[in-house]
Design a protein around this ligand. Structure first.
Ligand code: ASP
Length: 439
């Protein structure tokens, strides 16, 4: 059995956290490949090492005094090394970094040093081999990740190494220039390594015990989702639930490797298992609730719309011409409504309206702003009668006016449009009816 384990920044923010990580890895010998992030925040007021590196490099590039900033970064690593009683010395590494900063090695090189140095410490601490991600994670000249080449190079390298640490977040282009993924990208590296290692499981260790059924800022102590499918996850993440970098799903999903989200501070918790398919029945009919505020509904009316071939296309092309993508489009016999992001729409509002009038010649167009969308997601809804009924009666008891309903044909989710002001109330009402009352 082989597991690839990725640890996030808060799991590696200090020597105390490192020690927890060490215990977790040593407690299961299948945890063979480790992907660390850079040290994150030790408390709310702290700064992530990656952010310190960005700011330090900006100073170096502007010809300002950057050495004190670099010293602070070195101090953070030294305090981890000392706290773990290691003999690792980063003196030479920091001399090289300073030289490269002066030679303007690039902001991505700078940002990547957090993971690189943390990887060196981690490898030393565990007695694992250190593999520089610049040698095994390949980007093309344009900076696009080269999955095929990476898989070839990385899997060949891992075959020669029983246990290794591969820093997250970066790789290199063919000419050797360091290139990073977007922020939070160590999740992606973990997934790539899991695929290349042919792992049985990709464990992603963070500071929460998995995905929560609803946003904890709205629901106090929400239940954790035990098992979720990739498709459900996509629906929830799209609607704002974040734990994992969106792009981290692709490599493992293709290879049929499940992801387990775990909590470094509570390793006894099982966390959330993300899988392609499952017969596992969720304790509740729904898997999760998420949502976003800030939508506008554009209602277009025209008598006999139903028999006018091409009407929908004309309306949508008005949005397309202004580069606006739509979120949902419920329609009736003589009306259609297009939901768009308020922020995106506001600047182009008149342009879109005149295009609709010109192209589709509707009877009326009216706008309703300040709307929110709530997504109730669950693979269990398909086989359970009355889910929609329960949602809407809960909303009506909570005095929430429903402005729009959209159920995808997959029966994986029901999307409900409400006023921004009703957003939190709606989520509470749905959570209560499906979760609180079932506990
Ligand atoms: N250290 C990088 C960041 O702060 C990448 C990561 O942690 O995944 O975004």
């Amino acid at each position: 059995m082989t597991k690839v384990v990725k640890f996030g920044g808060s799991s590696l923010a200090s020597a105390v956290q490192f020690a927890k990580v060490g215990d977790i890895i040593r407690s299961d010998e299948s945890r063979k490949y480790v992907v660390p992030s850079a040290p994150g925040k030790r408390n709310d007021k702290d700064i992530k090492v990656t952010d310190m590196l960005y700011s330090c490099y900006a100073a170096a590039e502007a010809g300002e005094e950057y050495k004190p900033k670099l010293k602070k970064i070195k101090d953070r690593f030294d305090s981890i090394i000392n706290g773990l009683h290691l003999k690792t010395s980063l003196e030479q590494e920091f001399r090289t970094i300073a030289e490269n900063f002066e030679q303007k090695a690039g902001v991505e090189y700078a940002a990547s040093r957090g993971e690189y140095l943390n990887g060196i410490i981690m490898a030393d601490y565990l007695g694992y081999t250190f593999i520089d991600a610049a040698e095994v994670i390949v980007f093309d000249d344009k900076g696009e990740f080269d999955a095929e080449k990476t898989d070839k190079v990385l899997s060949a390298r891992l075959r020669k190494c029983d246990r290794a640490v591969i820093p997250g977040f970066y790789g290199a282009k063919k000419d050797g220039t360091v290139h990073t993924f977007s922020r939070g990208g160590s999740d992606i590296t973990g997934s790539i390594v899991a695929k290349a290692a042919g792992a049985d499981l990709y464990e992603n260790w963070t500071d929460v015990s998995g995905f929560l059924i609803a946003d904890p800022r709205i629901i106090q102590n929400p239940e954790v989702i035990q098992v979720i499918t990739y498709r459900e996850l996509r629906e929830l993440s799209y609607m704002g639930a974040t734990v994992l970098h969106e792009d981290a799903v692709f490599p493992v999903r293709k290879a049929g490797i499940p992801i387990n989200i775990r909590n470094t501070n509570q390793p006894e918790d099982k966390g959330t298992l993300i899988v392609e398919n499952t017969c596992h029945h969720s304790k509740f009919t729904i898997t999760g609730i998420a949502g976003k505020k800030g939508f506008v509904a554009v209602n277009v009316d025209k008598d006999m719309m139903n028999s006018e071939v091409g009407f929908g296309r004309k309306v949508l092309s008005a949005f397309e011409q202004s580069g606006i993508s739509f979120e949902h489009m419920p329609s009736g016999i003589d009306t259609m409504t297009v939901f768009v992001h308020q922020e995106e729409f506001e600047g182009k509002e008149q342009q879109v309206l005149s295009a609709i009038n010109r192209l589709a010649k509707p009877d009326t167009v009216d706008l309703e702003a300040d709307l929110a969308l709530v997504a109730v997601v669950g693979r269990g809804m398909r086989s359970t009668r009355g889910t929609a009924g329960r949602i809407f009666s809960a909303l009506s008891h909570a005095n929430v006016n429903v402005k729009m309903i959209d159920q995808g044909s997959s029966e994986l989710n029901i999307i409900i449009g409400v006023a921004n002001n009703d957003f939190e109330t709606a989520i509470k009402a749905i959570y209560d009816i499906f979760v609180t009352t079932q506990l």
